[in-house]
Design a protein around this ligand. Structure first.
Ligand code: SF4
Length: 210
C-alpha cells in the first residue's frame, strides 16, 4: 500500500507517560472523525482538533510506496545508535494506515512502536505502546492498552465510566483551546478528585518543540 505521511521528524515526545523521550514522530495524513477542513469542523464528530493532518506537505512528509521505504525514513531520522529506538505514530488517525507490514519493518530496524489513536479502529497487532484518546460521541472499540489519554473537558464523556477500561495509565490533559485556563483547572480538579488519573501537560509546547 502507499502510505500518506503528513510529517515525520525527530523530536521529544511531549505528552503522556513517555513525555521527554527522544522519538521519531510519524504523523499520518487523514482522520476518520474530521476532514481537517475548517468548513467541516462544526459538523465533524471530533471538533477540538489542534493538529494539521491534511496532505503530505509537512517536514519529512510525502507518499511512501512500501513499508520498507517508510521504515527507512524513520531510521534515517533517528540517526546512528540502536539504543531505545522509539517511533511515535500519530495522525490524523494512524489506524487508517498502520498495517502489519509497517509494524514488522519498524521492528526489524529495532524500533519500539508507540501509537496515539482515537480508538475507533482496533489496533494492529504487535504495537508496543497503545495510547487511546477517546472523543465524545464516538464508539471506542480499542478499550485496552497502555495509556488512556483524556483531553478534558469534553461534554458527554464520563471519566468514571472509562476507569473500567483495561489501561495501565489514565492521563487527563487540558484541552488546548481558547478557554485554556478553565481547561487546566478542570483537568487539575479531575486528577485531584479521582486518583486514578494523572495530569498530563504538553511539554513540547512549553519548551517550543514541534
Ligand atoms: S480524532 Fe484526533 S486527529 Fe482526528 S480530528 Fe480528533 S483530535 Fe484530530
Amino acid at each position: 500500500m502507499t502510505y500518506a505521511v503528513k510529517e515525520c521528524f525527530l523530536t521529544l515526545q511531549g505528552e503522556g507517560m513517555q513525555s521527554g523521550s527522544r522519538a521519531v514522530f510519524l504523523r499520518f495524513a487523514g482522520c476518520n472523525l474530521w476532514s481537517g477542513r475548517g468548513q467541516d469542523r462544526a459538523t465533524a464528530q471530533c471538533r477540538f482538533c489542534d493538529t494539521d493532518f491534511v496532505g503530505t506537505d509537512g517536514e519529512g512528509g510525502g507518499k511512501f510506496g512500501t513499508a520498507e521505504a517508510l521504515a527507512n525514513q524513520v531510521e534515517r531520522l533517528w540517526g546512528d545508535g540502536s539504543e531505545r529506538r522509539l517511533v511515535v505514530i500519530t495522525g490524523g488517525e494512524p489506524m487508517l494506515q498502520l498495517d502489519s507490514a509497517l509494524v514488522d519493518a519498524l521492528h526489524e530496524r529495532g524500533f519500539r512502536i508507540a501509537v496515539e489513536t482515537n480508538g475507533t479502529i482496533a489496533a494492529t497487532p504487535g504495537i508496543d505502546w497503545i495510547c487511546v484518546s477517546p472523543k465524545a460521541g464516538t464508539t471506542v472499540v480499542q478499550r485496552s492498552g497502555d495509556e488512556l489519554k483524556l483531553v478534558w473537558p469534553q461534554d458527554r464523556i464520563e471519566p468514571a465510566e472509562l476507569e473500567s477500561w483495561a489501561f495501565d495509565h489514565f492521563m487527563v490533559q487540558p484541552m488546548d483551546c481558547a478557554e485554556r485556563e478553565a481547561a487546566v483547572e478542570a483537568a487539575v480538579r479531575l486528577a485531584m478528585e479521582r486518583p486514578k488519573w494523572r495530569l498530563s501537560l504538553q511539554a513540547h509546547k512549553v519548551v517550543g518543540l514541534a
